[in-house]
Design a protein around this ligand. Structure first.
Ligand code: GDP
Ligand code: MG
Length: 437
């Protein structure tokens, strides 16, 4: 799938210390291919990779991170922007507010209508009513009634009536008299776009004047979804898109293309057949999903916030010249603590992960290490080689730790220095290495 392919493309960058024009171009060529395979429109895939390229070139990468990670972050931000940047709300104006649901047959309109009613009732304190305006499929009314029963929302229908405009209008009047403040009108769809369906939905739209018109589309239909969205948008000028069946195998190529094509936000996603399988659409989370690397992205962001590039360079130099001392160690620990979850972040420090992996890391372990280092004199911290027996004993007393613990820390520190040096000459081992094991 798309996420695996992008992941593979990023491997091209592995081992490079800096993002260069050549390796970015190669990587993005693969990313573009992956996007096309996932049914992202050609022009959009091209524009996307071009803008990522522009942003990525020349950007220096944190010394301790792999360039692929930064590229992922750039891609993620660009993708989110392509999908609208932030979550879009629906408009519920009027009393009752009317929400019109349109889309092809089987896209998930009826299911979504009920999910939305449930969402508005449970999460927004609304008092919704559903209207069954699909007059073609005999089972359509029953389907909505069964769902309405499940979520305890009344369903308005007129058995035998074949005029969806009349049903919708009567439904709204009925809702008004019963004090419902939202009416959701479920309509009929065809298997493909045709004039009759478009005329009908346009007539309903004119008659009920919805404050929100939502176009429902099956995420698994890829490029077709985009063409359908275009056709409906020309007729309805809808307010937002609902992307259903995102729980399936799809990785959301349609999500990337739809917003860019019709310039309407995706507002909700459907992630299952159950009534609570509805989510507000968040462009950034969708981008994470497409890239399949949510955790990595947030780790990179945290590292960028907290990890000072200058400091990293200074430390690397000290490691290279074997001058890394307890003061540096202490300052690294402070950095790690600032960043949050220690285990996750270990891998960001050059060489640290290898050594620390074998040590039981918890915040308390740091407390003891800090106590020991703080009991050293500045001279001892800068020149660990002078730590002899009597000094160690004094440090143990001062920190309230056992002498064996002091010895262990010094031994680990020396081991760590060695490994750091080796890691450094073999290139930094960053997040990816740690997370992939
Ligand atoms: P309509 O013809 O547009 O009204 O579509 P329906 O609401 O009847 O849905 C068609 C089929 O898709 C039904 O079997 C639904 O249970 C299923 N469906 C709808 N939304 C989702 C979803 O988000 N995920 C999954 N897996 N199935 C869905
Ligand atoms: Mg239906």
């Amino acid at each position: 799938n798309l996420s695996d392919k992008i992941d593979k493309a990023l491997h091209i960058l592995k081992g490079h210390g800096k993002i260069t024009e050549v390796n970015v171009a190669d990587t993005l060529k693969e990313v573009r291919r992956a996007l096309l395979d996932a049914d992202v429109n050609f022009k959009i895939a091209k524009e996307f990779t071009n803008s990522v390229k522009e942003k990525a070139l020349g950007q220096k990468v944190l010394t301790s991170l792999q360039p692929g990670q930064l590229l992922v972050k750039i891609m993620r931000d660009e993708m989110a922007a392509l999908m609208g940047s932030k979550a879009a709300d629906i408009s519920l104006q009027g009393n009752p507010a009317v929400v019109l649901i349109a889309g092809l047959q089987g896209s998930g309109k009826t299911t979504f209508s009920a999910k939305l009613a449930n969402f508005l009732k449970r999460k927004k304190g609304r008092n919704p009513m559903l209207v069954a305006a699909d007059v073609y499929r005999p089972a359509a009314i029953d389907q909505l009634k069964v769902l309405g029963e499940q979520i305890q929302v009344p369903v308005f229908a007129i058995e035998g009536n074949k005029n969806p405009v009349e049903i919708a209008q009567k439904g709204i009047e009925h809702a008004k008299t019963l004090g419902h403040n939202v009416v959701i009108v479920d309509t009929a769809g065809r298997l493909s776009v045709d004039q009759e369906m478009m005329d009908e939905i346009a007539r309903i739209h004119r008659a009920v004047k919805p404050s929100e018109t939502l176009f429902v589309v099956d995420a698994m239909t890829g490029q077709d979804a985009v063409n359908t969205a275009k056709a409906f948008n020309e007729v309805l000028d809808f307010d937002g898109v609902v992307l259903t069946k995102l729980d399936g195998d799809t990785r959301g190529g349609a999500a990337l293309t739809i917003k860019a094509t019709v310039n309407k936000p995706i507002k909700f996603v459907g992630t299952g057949e159950k009534m609570d399988a509805i989510d507000i659409f968040h462009p950034d989370r969708m981008a994470d999903r497409i890239l399949g690397m949510g955790d990595v992205v947030s780790l990179v962001e945290r590292a960028q916030e907290q990890y000072n590039e200058e400091e990293a360079r200074r430390l690397n130099k000290k490691i290279a010249t074997n001058k890394f001392d307890f003061e540096d160690f202490f300052s690294q620990i402070q950095q790690i603590k600032k960043m949050g979850n220690v285990k996750d972040l270990m891998g960001m420090l050059p060489g640290m992960n290898k050594v620390m992996k074998n040590i039981d890391i918890d915040e308390n372990a740091f407390k003891h290490i800090e106590a020991i280092i703080q009991s050293m004199t500045p001279q001892e911290r800068r020149n660990p080689e002078i730590l002899n027996g009597s000094r160690k004993k004094r440090i143990a007393m001062g920190s309230g730790r056992d002498i064996s613990e002091v010895n262990k820390l010094i031994k680990q520190f020396e081991d760590m220095k060695k490994v750091m040096k080796i890691m450094q000459s073999g290139g930094p081992r960053g997040l990816t290495g740690l997370m992939r094991g």
